[in-house]
Design a protein around this ligand. Structure first.
Ligand code: BES
Ligand code: MN
Ligand code: ZN
Length: 507
């Protein structure tokens, strides 16, 4: 299974005098803050600046956030100018740059630009890695099932960052190459998630994991438990969900180790390759979207792929429980009681609350067998989180405030925002069972996202744990111009890698 559809964009960092333009398909990109004219470009020819100033005088060009303007200038070496609206200077941050870059990407595409020079000479504060990353995300296309295009969509293949003399070019290139790799990994997660559920089966996820391990070399191993092995281990919560499907379930472990590591983190991703709801069947409308119910898994696998490349000084375990939730003839029925691998019993009152069942075995087995320093799970767990936070943030809950704070901070840096919800004993009480230790759903529609987390908590023991509910942010994201709403977003890859790399720096 191919992980990514896109080639990586080449990045060069140079001074003005080193910059060489190509005849066709070049474009100069000039940043502009809102209402800050004349343009502050070190590259732009005076005549072109005058033309753009005339547009600014008529307020065609404003520099407002997300407002970009393309001016072809065929007589000039750079061929065209794209003004990148940064918005108000005091409100500007990396996420505003990402969003405006998303807008710019459409203009670059329609004007068939393949090579850009970004004028940073007078904008040393601009976070160039965010530009690189959002351009890679914006240019991602999923065309696996489309007839081969006669004229493949043009894309920017080369980014030259034009900088002033005082800038450390090597370190800027390094941070941009890192951003590029991370965004290619995010696109890899999107690719797994966008793939149709008849192809992206639990078996296909296992194959993808194996491929990642092979490419990862000596520091990465892949272990896959099949149904029989899971039966021996008593993973009946997961196996119960798998019963309605002809697709065999798996529990996947990708383990990256570094000889000097002092810490081990475990990342667990929900891998329901299709969620019909099971016997507690979902309504037909938009059920197709439930192919995205393996976004947590996709994010964990793609993160492991990037970890293998980056080789950080930390041990990272990626865990993916994967099943298809189907209402087949042998499917689990409401009221059945299953015993998870840690011995706790669960009454399955609703077969559509299946994510927590497969995660229960994954979390309990991982904390017990691997004893990680902390464990983070990502799951498209509840529709309730979409009601609470929409598509603007994922919900985060857990048992360790330090871990949650670190994740919240990574969310702010990457634009993959998290919002913490409480997880109190009052909520644990809501999940206590009548016939078993736990129910798999809470009463009615009360605090749906929190009760989901309260259920998971019962399987994490004493290990510091955070749960990220990504149901609202994994697809259908309309507010970020660098993502296409119909596609999976890859939410979590950039967040997790930012957090992981920050963890290692503190050692
Ligand atoms: N995969 C769904 C959650 C989901 C809903 C993801 C909408 C993306 C968009 C999950 O398995 C589910 O069905 N959850 C139920 C839980 C309920 C039965 C307690 C839900 O949210 O309705
Ligand atoms: Mn479900
Ligand atoms: Zn689900």
């Amino acid at each position: 299974m191919k992980l990514s559809a896109d080639a990586i964009t080449t990045i060069t960092v140079c001074n003005l005098e080193e910059m060489s333009w190509e005849e066709n398909g070049s474009c100069l990109v000039v940043p502009a803050y809102h209402k800050e004219f004349p343009l502050n470009s070190a590259v732009l020819a005076e005549e072109d600046e005058l033309v753009l100033q005339a547009l600014a005088d008529r307020e065609v060009l404003t520099g407002a956030a997300g407002c970009c303007y393309y001016l072809p200038v065929p007589s000039r070496a750079y061929g065209g100018v794209l003004v990148l609206g940064l918005g108000d200077r005091d409100k500007f941050d990396a996420e505003s740059l990402r969003r405006t870059t998303g807008e710019a990407s459409s203009l670059l595409k329609s004007n068939k630009i393949s090579r850009i020079g970004l004028d940073l000479v007078n904008f040393p504060e601009l976070p160039a890695p965010a530009f690189v990353e959002s351009l890679n995300l914006a240019q991602y296309r999923f065309e696996t099932y489309k007839k081969a295009a006669e004229n493949p969509a043009p894309a920017v293949q080369e980014i030259a960052l034009i900088v002033g003399d005082t800038v450390d070019k090597a370190s800027l290139k390094e941070s941009c190459d890192l951003a590029s790799l991370i965004s290619v990994a995010a696109n890899g997660a999107r690719h797994l998630a966008n793939t149709a559920s008849n192809d992206m089966t639990p078996m296909a996820l296992a194959a993808a994991a194996q491929k990642i391990a092979e490419e990862g070399g000596e520091q990465c191993t892949c272990t896959i438990f099949d149904q029989e092995h899971m039966e021996e281990l008593g993973m009946n919560a997961l196996l119960g969900v798998a019963r309605g499907s002809d697709e065999p379930p798996f529990m996947i472990f990708l383990e990256y180790t570094h000889p000097e590591a002092t810490q081990t983190v475990a990342l667990v991703g929900k891998g329901v390759t299709f969620d019909t709801g099971g016997i507690s069947l979902k309504p037909a409308g938009k059920m197709n979207e439930m192919k995205f119910d393996m976004c947590g898994a996709a994010v964990v696998l793609a993160t492991m792929m990037a970890v293998n490349h980056l080789k950080p000084v930390i041990n990272v375990i990626g865990v993916v429980p994967t099943v298809e939730n189907m209402p087949g003839g042998s499917a689990q029925t409401p009221g059945e009681i299953v015993r998870a691998c840690n011995g706790k019993t669960i009454e399955v009152l609703n077969t559509d609350a299946e994510g927590r069942l497969i995660l229960a075995d994954a979390l309990a087995y991982t904390v017990e067998s691997r004893k990680p320093d902390c464990i983070v799970d990502l799951a498209t767990l509840t529709g309730a989180v979409v009601i609470a936070l929409g598509h603007a943030a994922a919900g985060v809950l857990g048992t360790d405030e330090t871990l949650i704070s670190a994740l919240l901070a990574a969310g702010e840096r990457t634009g993959e925002r998290l919002w913490q919800l409480p997880l109190w004993e009052d909520h644990d009480k809501l999940m206590e069972g009548t016939f078993a230790d736990l129910n798999n759903i809470g009463p009615d529609r009360e605090a749906g996202t929190i009760t989901g987390a309260a259920f998971l908590k019962a399987f994490t023991g004493d290990t510091p744990w955070a749960h990220i509910d990504i149901a609202g942010v994994s697809y259908g994201v309309r507010n970020k111009a660098y993502l296409k709403p119909d596609y999976a977003s890859g939410f979590g890859v950039r967040l997790l890698l930012d957090w992981l790399l920050n963890q290692t720096e503190k050692d």
